[in-house]
Design a protein around this ligand. Structure first.
Ligand code: URA
Length: 204
C-alpha cells in the first residue's frame, strides 16, 4: 500500500473537516454553487461510498444523495443489504457544477482539474475514516480515487487499488441507471449495481 498518498495535506482536527470543506475556494466551482456538500456518516465506517458531485437538490439541501440519484441508491442499497447509515457517503467533488438553462440548472461533469483540486478533501476524508473498502460510483469517483478515468462498464465489479492504498470497488453511478430508457437495459444495470453493492457488504 502507498501509505504516503494516504496522508492528505489537510491535517486539521476531525470535527473541523466539514467547515474546512464549506470554506473551500480551491477551484472556481464554489462561486456558483449554493454551498459545499461534505460527506456524511460514521467517522469510523468500514465502507466509504463515493459519487461524482452534489446534484441540484444536494446543493440546496447541503447533504449528499438526497435527490433522485440518492433515491435510486437507497433502493438498490437496501436490496443489497446495505444500510446507508452504516456507510460514509461522499462525493469526489464537493460543489455542484451546472449550466443555467432558464430556471433550470443543468448538471455538468467536473473536469480533470476540478477533480484533482477536490481530491484534497476526499483524501482527507479517507485519512479520517480509514475505510476498509471504498466504492467508486461512476467515472469521476474512479478517476479521483485511482487516477484512471477510463470507461466504467468494463471495470465495474472489480477491485482496484486507490492512490491512497485503500482497495476500491468500481461500480456504476445511480444517475446512469436513471438515464437508461430501455427497461431491460435498466433492469440489467440495476442488477449489476446491486451485485456490486452486495460484494461491498460482503467484504466489509
Ligand atoms: N450524484 C452524486 O454523484 N452525488 C450526489 O450527492 C448526488 C447525485
Amino acid at each position: 500500500a502507498q501509505l504516503a498518498g494516504c496522508q492528505s495535506a489537510w491535517n486539521g482536527p476531525t470535527e473541523a473537516l466539514p467547515a474546512a470543506i464549506a470554506a473551500c475556494t480551491r477551484c472556481p466551482l464554489h462561486r456558483n454553487a449554493t454551498q459545499a456538500v461534505p460527506g456524511e456518516g460514521p467517522r469510523d465506517a468500514a465502507l466509504m461510498i463515493v459519487g461524482e458531485q452534489p446534484g441540484d437538490m444536494e446543493d440546496l439541501g447541503g447533504r449528499p444523495f438526497i435527490g433522485p440519484a440518492g433515491q435510486m441508491f437507497d433502493t438498490i442499497a437496501a436490496r443489497a443489504g446495505l444500510q446507508r447509515e452504516a456507510a460514509y457517503l461522499t462525493n469526489a467533488v464537493k460543489h455542484f457544477k451546472f449550466a443555467p438553462r432558464g430556471k433550470q440548472r443543468l448538471h455538468q461533469r467536473p473536469n480533470g482539474s476540478e477533480i484533482e483540486h477536490c481530491r484534497w478533501w476526499l483524501d482527507a476524508e479517507i485519512a479520517q475514516v480509514k475505510p476498509k473498502l471504498v466504492v467508486a460510483m461512476g467515472a469521476t469517483a474512479a478517476q479521483s480515487l485511482t487516477g484512471n478515468g477510463a470507461a466504467i462498464l468494463s471495470r465495474r465489479g472489480q477491485i482496484e487499488e486507490s492512490r491512497s492504498g485503500v482497495p476500491v470497488l468500481i461500480t456504476l453511478h445511480p444517475s446512469y441507471l436513471l438515464r437508461l430508457t430501455d427497461a431491460a437495459a435498466q433492469e440489467r444495470a440495476k442488477a449489476q449495481f446491486q451485485a456490486d453493492l452486495a460484494q461491498a457488504v460482503a467484504i466489509t
